[in-house]
Design a protein around this ligand. Structure first.
Ligand SMILES: Nc1ncnc2c1ncn2[C@@H]1O[C@H](COP(=O)(O)OP(=O)(O)O)[C@@H](O)[C@H]1O
Ligand SMILES: [Mg+2]
Length: 456
């Protein structure tokens, strides 16, 4: 051997240098499975430090390691995917063979290239976009703003003014009002006026989703959380609403155990998927709505008091239509315009019918009535007979009725009028006296009619 050859000791030093220079993580075990060597890159990729593992049985430090298998069967393996905590990497494994005997094994780990990680992230983003699209499919196509809220009623204008101020904050908002008064319209308007307008507005109707499903809808689940569930797991609405607004409609229908979970998210700003271990941060503005009397539900232990106070930071009460009937003409005009029917007029008598009605279904009912009337009227004037039966006065002759004997119409009308007056005055003698007076007939004549009409 000449001077130009390395001595054995020098060779060992060189090999160590080479191993350190390799850009993959390297781990070597001897035939007993004890770790003899790792390089710095191995520590970089796996997070395991030299003094934690050298000289120890590999399985003791890394219980799910596959390398000891190689000692047993002497087979090499390539591209085995490994995940330990948040570290993901790919491993090639090979036996070290001397004189036909397996004397050890080496594992070469490559951290997952950035490209691969990016492609995984892209996959996740695509999925999120798809789920967002589904969530958006559930709301009206149009995006409402305050300009869509029609009406000059004093209480309504005051509510809108407060809603605009609330929109500039991040506080939770509780919208109260009967069904059809425009709670969702106001919620959307707030979102679109807020700094969150370029992020999603995600509505969820707590009454429409079976309570067993509501939790997974809100929080999502990890893959394998349920045997029957989607293998890939699912993002919850909280995650989809990140950066934006979550509209919890009919919050009074949320089951009490879920109310506690919701409260936690609102307090901590974090949530956990079903079957998930990690808390996820989430930045969501909550707007809740209800047509129920939450304070009395709180008193009856049907609604958590602490959650009530948490969401009731700002309460906006939307007045029912019967308390702002003066707005009916303006809403009508806007509805007709929306339908492209600007040439259609509303006859004075139909207008007065619309004014007399109490509108339990509020603007939603008015909208439906107008759509119905538009489809019923052939000309350009909506008159009483074009309005739905439910909102027309119950007495009197209707042109659309089947022809009836005049006698029958008069008798029915007489009965309805008498009954409605007696309902107010009461049926005591004093009540009957008052009723007779209101009806402009004598008490005797009233008794006469009561017996003739079979009213008891
Ligand atoms: N002030 C208003 N002006 C015009 N349309 C309204 C107004 N309030 C409600 N609407 C319409 O009435 C319907 C019911 O409103 P919505 O927000 O769904 O009510 P809620 O959520 O209270 O049941 C929607 O079509 C909405 O656009
Ligand atoms: Mg609604």
């Amino acid at each position: 051997m000449g001077d130009s050859m390395l001595s054995q000791n020098q060779m060992v030093d060189w090999l160590e240098g080479v191993i350190e220079a390799i850009h993959d993580g390297i781990l070597v075990i001897d035939r007993s499975g004890t770790v003899q060597l790792i390089n710095e890159e191995y520590t970089q990729i796996t997070g395991v430090k030299r003094d934690q593992i050298i000289g120890k049985p590999l399985l003791q430090v890394r219980p799910s390691a596959k390398l000891p298998q190689v000692l047993k069967d002497g087979r090499a393996r390539e591209g085995v995917f490994r995940k330990e905590k948040s570290m993901e990497y790919v491993v090639d494994m090979a036996p070290i063979i001397k004189d036909d005997e397996v004397v050890g094994a080496v594992s070469v780990c490559k951290s997952i290239p950035e490209v691969y990680q990016l492609s995984e992230e892209l996959k996740r983003s695509r999925k999120r976009v798809q789920q967002l699209k589904q969530a958006f499919g559930r709301i009206h196509q149009s995006t409402y703003t305050f300009s869509h809220i029609i009406g000059q009623n004093k209480d309504l204008l005051h509510m809108i003014e407060r809603a605009k101020k609330a929109a500039a904050t991040n506080l939770s908002i509780l919208l109260t009002g009967e069904s059809g008064t425009g709670k969702e319209l106001v919620a959307q308007s707030i979102h679109h006026t807020s700094s969150r307008s370029s992020s999603p507005f995600v509505p969820v109707n707590c009454a429409a989703i079976p309570s067993a499903l509501l939790e997974s809808e809100l929080f999502g689940y990890e893959k394998g959380a349920f045997t029957s569930s989607n293998e890939d797991g699912k993002s919850g609405l909280f995650e989809l609403a990140h950066g934006g607004t979550l509209f919890l409609d009919e919050i009074g229908d949320m089951p009490v155990d879920l109310q506690s979970k919701l409260l936690r998210v609102l307090q901590e700003g974090t949530f956990r998927k079903i079957g998930g271990l990690e808390e996820q941060k989430v930045d969501v503005r909550i707007i809740a709505a209800t047509n129920k009397d939450l304070p009395s539900m709180v008193a009856n232990k049907k609604f958590r008091e602490d959650l009530f106070y948490r969401i009731n930071t700002i309460q906006l009460a939307i007045p029912p239509l019967r308390k702002r009937k003066d707005d009916i003409p303006a809403i009508l005009t806007s509805l007709l315009k929306e339908q492209g029917n600007t040439n259609i007029q509303v006859a004075p008598q139909a207008m007065s019918t619309l004014h007399q009605y109490e509108w339990p279904g509020n603007i939603r009912e008015l909208k439906n009535a107008v759509h119905y009337a538009i489809s019923m009227c052939e000309g350009s004037t909506i008159s009483v007979e074009h309005l739905p039966d439910t909102i027309r006065p119950t007495t009197g002759y209707r042109p659309t009725d089947r022809p009836r004997l005049l006698e029958d119409v008069l008798r029915d009308t007489e009965r309805e009028v008498i009954v409605s007056v007696l309902n107010k005055t009461g049926t005591s003698v004093v009540g009957k006296k008052a009723a007779a007076k209101q009806l402009g007939i004598s008490l005797a004549s009233l008794y006469n009619k009561l017996s003739k009409l079979n009213i008891t």
